[in-house]
Design a protein around this ligand. Structure first.
Ligand code: NAD
Length: 260
């Protein structure tokens, strides 16, 4: 379904981004990977995905907090594959502290990586999408793009902002073949969440297993984690013709978190 298309997935060396990249590759899209990690492992990762699904893959190491590096990555995707048809804004970080204790540099980093980077990739991808009159922009927001939680001011502000950016991008391109939607997951067991589980276990003097159960019980009525594969399948659907009129949605996949 997506052969001949190119998808750029930010933060795709791990977790949800990797799940998105794999799902899009499985349906034939060439993939530009991005994210941090060990250079050799990253090379193996994108080479293996290319071989497994018979698509072309490449990697750019842009730091998503740095606009000049984002511009270089978008230019790289154009030079390599002729442009970006599917943009998945996924890179993200978390930091937990109450507002009055929140380190200013952590606030700036969370906003830059989780929100402002999506503005830069989107503004740079849109001209090519407009030329081809086709594009899919998928923003990885969060249940925290819809509701708040104590201690997560920067993350919640960034994710609410990302849902806002999604709506405006969808509206500005409503008369075209370009759609923009947000996916709002609840808890997904990735390194980003494992850190919060480990912090909770340490703080409360409980096992990691108990901390994992408590984390789910607090917010996610299903009591089960969402998986990167489930989110990848939703991204594939959003790229299909069946989703041509899904525009500006903030689609929760959260085990019931935001239904409460
Ligand atoms: P993760 O930590 O497993 O992956 C994050 C990815 O972003 C990695 O590839 C990392 O290298 C990359 N990254 C981090 N900082 C970067 C930077 N400055 N420049 C480029 N890449 C950078 O996390 P995840 O859980 O897979 O999260 C992916 C997205 O999903 C994030 O936007 C996160 O907020 C969102 N999300 C996660 C959950 C969850 O429960 N895990 C829930 C809702 C939303």
């Amino acid at each position: 379904m997506l052969s001949g298309k190119t998808a750029l997935v930010t933060g795709s060396t791990s977790g949800i981004g990797l799940g998105m990249a794999r799902a899009l590759a499985e349906h034939g899209a060439n993939i530009v990977f991005n994210g941090f990690g060990d250079a050799r492992q990253i090379e193996k990762l994108y080479t293996d995905v290319g071989k497994e699904f018979g698509v072309q893959t490449a990697y750019h190491n842009a730091d998503m907090s740095k606009p000049a590096e984002i511009e270089a990555m978008m230019q790289f995707a154009t030079d390599k594959f002729g442009g970006v048809d599917i943009l998945v804004n996924n890179a993200g970080i978390q930091f937990v502290a109450n507002v009055e204790d929140f380190p200013v540099d952590r606030w700036d980093a969370v906003i830059a990586i989780n929100l402002t980077s999506a503005f830069h990739t989107t503004r740079l991808a849109l001209p090519g999408m407009k030329k081809r009159n086709w594009g899919r922009i998928i923003n990885l927001a969060s249940a925290h793009g819809l509701v708040g939680s104590a201690g997560k001011s920067a993350y919640v502000a960034a994710k609410h902002g990302l849902v806002g950016l999604t709506k405006v991008t969808a509206l500005e391109n409503a008369h075209s073949g370009i759609t923009c939607n947000a996916i709002c997951p609840g808890w997904v067991l990735t390194p980003l969440v494992q850190k919060q589980i480990d912090d909770r276990a340490g703080r409360e003097g409980i096992s990691a297993d108990q901390a994992r159960k408590e984390l789910l019980a607090e917010k996610q009525p299903s009591g089960e984690f969402v998986t990167p594969e489930q989110l990848g399948a939703l991204a594939v659907f959003l790229c299909s013709p069946a989703a041509d009129q899904v525009r500006g949605a903030a689609w929760n996949v959260d085990g019931g978190w935001t239904a409460q």
